[in-house]
Design a binder for this molecule. Structure first.
Ligand SMILES: NC(=O)c1ccc[n+]([C@@H]2O[C@H](COP(=O)([O-])OP(=O)(O)OC[C@H]3O[C@@H](n4cnc5c(N)ncnc54)[C@H](OP(=O)(O)O)[C@@H]3O)[C@@H](O)[C@H]2O)c1
Length: 281
C-alpha cells in the first residue's frame, strides 16, 4: 500500500485535529485518495465534507471501507467508537491514533489484529508545521513508511519510544499554547512602551520565527546566540537581568514539568477508563 495511490483513509472524529489531518492529506495526495470522515453533529459532518471527505456517522462503515484509519476522537470517546464498530472490523487495518493517553498495548487489545501506531501531534498541523512524535519505533512492518509519510505532509516527524510521549505532549502538544502566552506578554510589553499593538504583534512573530530559524541553522546552544546579542553594559543584558530575577527560566521549566506530571495522571486515568469500558487488559 502507498499513501497516495487509490488508498481509502478514514478519519474517525473529524474535530480540530481530524479536520487538519484531512486538509493536509488532501493537499498532499490530491484526488488520488478517498477520505472518509466521521463525526456525530451535523456541523462536524458539513465541515468535513467541505474539506473533500465523504462525511458519515457510521464508524463501522468507515473502518470497514478503509485501508488506513486515523483515530482522532477525544480519548474518552474511544470506547464508544469500538462499541459501535465491534472488534472484528479492525483486523488487518493500519490504525494511527493521535489520541492523548491511550497506550499502544491498550489500542492493540481494543482492536485485535490491527497494525497500531500511536502518535502525538500539535495544533501547528493547521499550517503544515506540526511536530509529531510517533511511538512504536520497533514496529518494522512496511506500514511504518506510510505512517511517516502521513505525518511528514503535516510537518516534522520523530520516532520515539512510547515512554517519551507524555513529556512530548507537554512540550510539543501544549507548546503552542505556552509560546502564544509568551508572544502575548512580549506584545503587551512593547505596547506599554508606546508601540502600536499591531506593529508589536508583527515584530514579535518575526523575532520568534527568525530566532527559531537562526537557532536551527546555527546548531549552537541557545546561550551562544544570546551572548552574540548582548554587549557589555548594554541594553539586552538589562532585560536578561530582569528575566533572571523574575525567574522566567525556572517558571518555564516548571511549566513543562507540571504539564508532564498532569499528563501522566490523566494518561493513567484515560488508559484505565478505556480498559474498563472495553473490558480488556
Ligand atoms: N487539540 C490539540 O491541540 C491536540 C493536539 C494533539 C492531539 N490531540 C488529540 O486529538 C484528539 C482530538 O482532539 P481535538 O482537539 O481535535 O478534539 P475535538 O475538536 O473535540 O474533535 C473530536 C471529534 O470527535 C468526534 N467524535 C466524538 N465521538 C465520536 C464518535 N463516537 N464517532 C465519531 N466521531 C466522534 C467529535 O464530533 P462531534 O463534535 O460531532 O461530536 C469531534 O469532532 C484528542 O484525543 C486529543 O488528545 C489534540
Amino acid at each position: 500500500m502507498k499513501l497516495c495511490n487509490g488508498t481509502t483513509i478514514s478519519v474517525i472524529g473529524a474535530g480540530r485535529i481530524g479536520s487538519a489531518i484531512i486538509s493536509s492529506l488532501r493537499n498532499h495526495c490530491g484526488d488520488s485518495i478517498k477520505i472518509i470522515a466521521t463525526g456525530r453533529r451535523e456541523e462536524t459532518l458539513e465541515r468535513a465534507a467541505k474539506l473533500g471527505a465523504l462525511a458519515i456517522r457510521d464508524n463501522k462503515q468507515a473502518v470497514g471501507e478503509a485501508d488506513m484509519i486515523v483515530l482522532s476522537v477525544k480519548p474518552h470517546h474511544f470506547p464508544d467508537v469500538v462499541k459501535q464498530t465491534g472488534r472484528d472490523v479492525w483486523r488487518g487495518k493500519l490504525v494511527v491514533s493521535v489520541m492523548a493517553g491511550v497506550k499502544v498495548k491498550t489500542l492493540a487489545n481494543a482492536m485485535p489484529g490491527a497494525d497500531v501506531y500511536r502518535a502525538m501531534t500539535n495544533i501547528n498541523v493547521l499550517v503544515g508545521k506540526a511536530s509529531t512524535a510517533v511511538a512504536n519505533p520497533e514496529n518494522d512492518s512496511p506500514s511504518k513508511l506510510i505512517v511517516e509519510e502521513l505525518f511528514r505532509c503535516m510537518g516534522e516527524v520523530y520516532w520515539v519510544p512510547e515512554e517519551y510521549l507524555d513529556v512530548w505532549t507537554s512540550l510539543a502538544g501544549s507548546g503552542p499554547a505556552f509560546i502564544a502566552e509568551i508572544v502575548d506578554a512580549l506584545v503587551l510589553g512593547a505596547t506599554a512602551s508606546g508601540m502600536p499593538r499591531d506593529l508589536a504583534y508583527k515584530a514579535t512573530l518575526d523575532v520568534l520565527e527568525g530566532t527559531a530559524i537562526l537557532l536551527r541553522n546555527a546548531n549552537k546552544h541557545p546561550a551562544t546566540i544570546r551572548d552574540e546579542v548582548i554587549t557589555p553594559a548594554g541594553t539586552t543584558i538589562r532585560g536578561i537581568i530582569v528575566m533572571e530575577s523574575e525567574g522566567i527560566k525556572s517558571a518555564l521549566m516548571k511549566t513543562i514539568e507540571a504539564t508532564y506530571k498532569r499528563f501522566i495522571e490523566i494518561g493513567i486515568e484515560i488508559d484505565q477508563y478505556v480498559k474498563k469500558e472495553l473490558d480488556i487488559s
